[in-house]
Design a protein around this ligand. Sequence first.
Ligand SMILES: Cc1ncc(C[n+]2csc(CCOP(=O)(O)OP(=O)(O)O)c2C)c(N)n1
Ligand code: SF4
Ligand SMILES: [Mg+2]
Length: 314
Amino acid sequence: MSPTLTDLPERSRVLLTPPTSADAERKPLTKKEIAADHPTWCPGCGDFSVLALYFKLIEKRKLWHEKITTIAGIGCSSRFPYFVQSHGVHFIHGRSLPFASGVSLSRPDLHVFVFGGDGDIFSIGGNHFTHTARKNVRMSCVVMDNWVYGLTKKQTSPTSPLGFKSKTDGWGALDRPINPLKQALAAGATFVARTTHTNPNHVLQMMETAMDHDGFSFIECLSECVEFFPGAFDTANPRKGGEFNLVPKDHDVADEVAAYDLAGASFPGYFGVFYQVQRPTKNALEAQVIADARQKLGGLKDWQILQQTFDRMK
Ligand SMILES: Cc1ncc(C[n+]2csc(CCOP(=O)(O)OP(=O)(O)O)c2C)c(N)n1
Ligand code: SF4
Ligand SMILES: [Mg+2]
């Protein structure tokens, strides 16, 4: 069930409420209006369903183009912003999170979604993931995990299972894969969840919950690469004889150690919210520093402060 206005954190209420009475006559977007280019993914790629559910989220939450920002790095999954008719950036490989941090810190009125691949976020972007999570910058980061580098045609990724034969490990992957959930918990993410592209209702539910979280929210979404790792997630798909097990009802989402234990379950593991706590965001802390500094400077305008700084440097 979607939350009511009064259940939501103040920030989400800002997103939901039409800003002025003049906007009240503005109709929510239709799927046709949200969709941009036709996706260039291979037929059957799991990324299609993640995109369709993002459209649903925008529709359901009545967000207008300018209220949502879609940012990505490089990879098949990272082509995401091209397909969404909103503000968005297809940025440098692995560098989506620092770019998204800048947007989030400077524009508190919109929600920033980052979409990326297992390579983009955990390999080249691994350091940025750690620091964005620990700083608790307000945004939602969805990793479309296909256990392979798709765009560059089948290299081993940080989540490829041991023994996976790829162009970089013809003999089978030798290196222990990382566990995205444990990685996020250890880095200090305040919201950690897992879902799979084969369960659309669950993907939508996780994206909505992540969006309402006031802080850095991370979702690992299994998304099959039908071209270079077909069948990777069959054992997590009941339609293919696998199992889809929700996080147990008695799991305490504020218990970091319990979340870590749950994240260690062998594949297909669990799906749902593993961890969620409230900690001051970088956005709130930085806004306070700015407000304090402004007060100390006796209400000078920003340009006057800048002018003083340049004068001092002379
Ligand atoms: C700096 C830099 N290094 C390497 C590349 C080549 N490259 C592009 S995408 C990619 C990996 C993509 O894998 P992943 O993030 O898992 O996305 P997927 O295609 O699987 O969705 C690599 C290595 C690049 N574009 N830029
Ligand atoms: S190569 Fe794989 S990840 Fe890329 S579009 Fe095709 S199926 Fe999807
Ligand atoms: Mg990948």
